[in-house]
Design a protein around this ligand. Structure first.
Ligand SMILES: NC(=O)c1ccc[n+]([C@@H]2O[C@H](COP(=O)([O-])OP(=O)(O)OC[C@H]3O[C@@H](n4cnc5c(N)ncnc54)[C@H](OP(=O)(O)O)[C@@H]3O)[C@@H](O)[C@H]2O)c1
Length: 250
């Protein structure tokens, strides 16, 4: 049996195991299984690999997307540039690192992106934010980061620095914070929503719930909205494509 799985901690609300188990069943993949491996610390990855010789691929989630880089034998250019890896291909005892969040975000973003979305605000500076920033740079979209903490690298703003004028001119706003994610359904990023209009595109990486307060507030102002469900599905399919290839392409 070919084995795949997810490492992270905790893994109580993981999407991946259900997604892959249903996918394998639907597509008649009878020689593969997908398991959750909750690791309280990442050192446990070494004994996990030693005891699971049939393990061919892993997804990596919070809190290990950055820390896992030191365990990789090879990483692709996106992992090197973002410093984050969410997909590992295990081949002949070597670990190959990829970042399929980038592909997922880019493909989902492009479906609704318009020519006038030239300036963006990226809320949050964690792992997923790095994937978002990679795509914005690649697409030539000028962006500012918004963080709870001042003094971050580059053009980083704090929430109280977000004036009406700035928000009006940044017609793409991407939430990479957990604000509004289950079970914190009443939370939302503190930005001036009344400066949002019908030219805005609000993208929330959160997929549970499907419509966060951030998206609801944007929609009320006439903005186009997108949640993180499509991104999640695309990144999972991209992981499968990487694992399916007999030789990892880096
Ligand atoms: N749809 C998908 O496929 C997909 C993929 C990856 C992640 N996600 C989602 O994206 C979100 C972030 O994931 P991540 O891996 O980037 O997590 P992370 O590394 O913990 O980063 C989250 C960032 O959000 C900000 N933040 C955290 N708590 C906050 C709070 N109470 N108020 C305001 N800002 C806060 C922080 O930035 P500052 O310290 O700079 O404020 C933090 O760095 C999660 O909801 C996750 O489920 C979705």
């Amino acid at each position: 049996m070919r084995k795949f799985g997810l490492i992270g901690y905790p893994l109580s609300h993981s999407f991946s195991q259900k997604y892959f188990s249903e996918k394998f069943q639907k597509e008649g993949v009878t020689d593969a299984e997908y398991e959750n491996f909750p690791l309280p610390d990442l050192h446990s990855l070494v004994p996990l690999l030693a005891s699971s010789p049939s393990l061919e691929g892993l997804n990596v989630t919070i809190p290990y997307k950055q820390e896992v880089l030191s365990y990789l034998d090879f990483s692709d250019e996106i992992v090197e540039q973002t410093g984050a890896c969410n997909c590992i291909r295990i081949h002949k005892g070597k670990l190959y690192g990829f970042n399929t969040d980038v592909t997922g975000f880019e493909q989902s973003l492009l479906k609704k992106l318009q020519a006038w979305h030239e300036k963006a605000l990226v809320l949050g500076t964690g792992g997923a934010s790095k994937a978002v920033q990679y795509v914005l740079k690649k697409r030539g979209i000028d962006y500012s980061l918004v963080s709870r903490r001042a003094g971050q690298v580059g053009k980083t703003l704090t929430y109280d620095q977000l004036g009406q004028e700035l928000v009006r001119s940044c017609t793409l706003i991407i939430n990479t914070t957990p604000l509004g994610m289950f079970p914190l359904l009443d939370a939302f990023p503190p930005i001036p929503y009344d400066a949002i209009g019908k030219d805005h595109f609000l993208f929330d990486l959160i997929y549970n719930p499907q419509k966060t307060l951030f998206l609801k507030k944007g929609e009320e102002q006439g903005a186009v909205i997108q949640n993180g469900l499509e991104m999640l599905t695309i990144q999972a399919e991209e992981s499968w494509r990487i694992w399916r290839d007999s030789d990892p392409v880096i």
